[in-house]
Design a protein around this ligand. Sequence first.
Ligand code: ADP
Ligand code: ZN
Length: 749
Amino acid sequence: MVEVAIPIPLFQTFTYTLDPAAERIPVAGSRVVVPFRNRKEIGICLGQSDGSGLRQKPKRVIEVPDDAPALSESMIALCRWIADYYVVPVGVVLRTALPASLTGAEQPTPRRKTQRIVRLREDLPTLMHRDKAFARAPQQRAVFELLESVGGTSTLDHLLGSMAFSPSVLKALEKRGLVRIDSEEVDRDPFALRIGEPARRHTPTSAQTEAIQTLASGSAGDVFLLHGITGSGKTLVYIELLREIVDVRGQTAIVLVPEIALTPQTVDRFRAVFGDRIAVLHSALSDGERYDAWLALKRGEKRIVVGARSAIFAPIENLGAIIVDEEHESSYKQGETPRYHAREVAIVRARNEGAIVVLGSATPSLESWTNAVAGKYRLLKLPDRVGGGSLPKVEIIDLRHKATQLADSSTGPGTGYSSVIRDELDSALAATLLRGEQSILLLNRRGYSAFLQCNDCGDVVVCPNCSITLTLHRAPERLLCHYCAHQETVRSACARCGGLTLRHRGMGTQQVERLVSERFPSARIARMDVDTTSGKWAHAEILDRVGSGQVDILLGTQMIAKGLDFPNVTLVGVVDADVGINLPDFRASERCFQLLSQVAGRAGRGPKGGQVLIQTRVPSHHAVRCAITHDYATFVREELEGRVSPPYPPNLRLANIVFSGTNDRATAALATRGADWIRDLLTHTAGDVTLIGPAPSPIERVKTRWRWHVLLKSANSAELTRVGRYFMEKFQVPAALRVTFDRDPVALL
Ligand code: ADP
Ligand code: ZN
């Protein structure tokens, strides 16, 4: 008999018998096809079972599909740790650790599809050119500019479908020679096709050398926090460590990055050195391609894996190092069950397998910093920029001061240019353009306007499914919910009072793009946000254009803040630093500081130096103040003080339990019952776990589900696990309602 874990939301495993005539005998880690509730499931064998405590006659394993186990003993141990710590059934974790092609009940056969691709042929670099070209064809202009904003290529389906352009507009553009339409294979790997730059091998600076030597002499299970300011050359340290681990010692390594699409330059650098010994696991891989990469790693054909969060489950053996680049990034935390944090999993995996961990960041998370200060992690510093460069000068533009009203050409709804881009930033942009250098403009809010508000009654247009406002988008014009993607046409009158004036509130990137292109009609502007990067390779295409000097101003949301290394960017402007700073979340300030520091770090990476201008209404807020002075230490000190009373991580451990359901009152009642249940449990145990709540979640309703939550706080991690586990296993939840347990939450919204 064998013990089998099945990916279902129950905290138990199952016992099956084996067919004595079967040719394959499953061992721990083998996939097994088993009968389960009148269907077939793919489970993972956890080992032999003596069948004790069985109340029913066990059923028989139907099939053992593979010769070798899919998961190694150490991967099973890792999954068991995740299941325990994050309070999730082990079967659910095991499924997460395997590529989707191995866990679907019927095997999907990967096949190659073709699709129609629309591509810009002609460049109309400036506003003046296009005014002339599209004088009588506004639709064609809209398609042209949309294509341009997504890096010059898009699928025909995307333009005709979600963007709702008519085929005749595209035909007209094709006829005029402005676009080309061809058929292409889907899922071509952009990284495989990229012609990497030849590997420039720099001589490490003395600070880099010291870091590399310390890392190379690390012992099994050591965790290093590499605190290197922006532009200090962390990537070179990673590469030299990988050379040692892979080339010298013949071991393997995992490199985690927040999101592959956003960091093509970093990936290029690794590829330039290690070539096809690297497997790049990016989100655009099909299930089949992902499976191929998984196999190549398992067979030892590839020795280094670069990928986002889930690459931590790469099936490689003889692991020497795990690098977690930009370790503070919240994308390392999975937003759905199992809600694991890849950084924590990396540390456990390295400890189990005798590898070292390198956590790199210019703005380490408070958790990692505290661990380094406490001596749990070893702190390494790269305090200077390479090549003698210094961090750029950062200045504040106080938005509370009234804007000087210049002759403002912008009309229509919204705010005029001169109140959005203040004089100092405007002059800096103009001067940068004149010098032929590049600028980055950050505004962490996509769309055209954040919301619409009735001028008469003050009513705000909100999503019918979520308790948040609808954002106005242009090209095509619509109201869009950023949580559930609900769309509706823009209303001309207030739904509540019928008032005819709906004011635009809160500026988004689309509006800034319009204002800036009107102010600088000859500037080449690229916008990068969720809306312009829906095409699979759109990020890399936009960034390649910036890199080759075809863009004067790169405008975008937080996705332009990280990892970019463009020496000709000499100006960074933050249009509104205050977006998100007042969110009801204990990490709001930390996130704001990280974003401002990271984006400031994009300026002045070349010999020309750089300048950063931050527009804000709260210049004295510590997140803003410390970003201006590049003062991480002061930020951490003040932020940690702010998390003492009431206490928040890293001053203690936290778990967020969320109750949700489509019925408002039933959800509230469940949360109350859950909170009472836990309180009762806590009075009967001698531990030091405290419960806060219940209360409605800050965003009360998402995708038609009402949400309530309680917080569990404790200085004792094991105690928190015990209470959480007991609750999740024993508390009865009616069918229509749901309870989720989020250990070490990155956000409480
Ligand atoms: P970080 O990730 O710390 O912000 P990067 O790794 O992107 O910094 O390095 C910044 C720039 O410095 C890159 O263009 C890189 O090629 C260059 N660089 C790194 N180390 C050296 C070195 N020792 N000598 C010269 N240039 C270097
Ligand atoms: Zn919604």
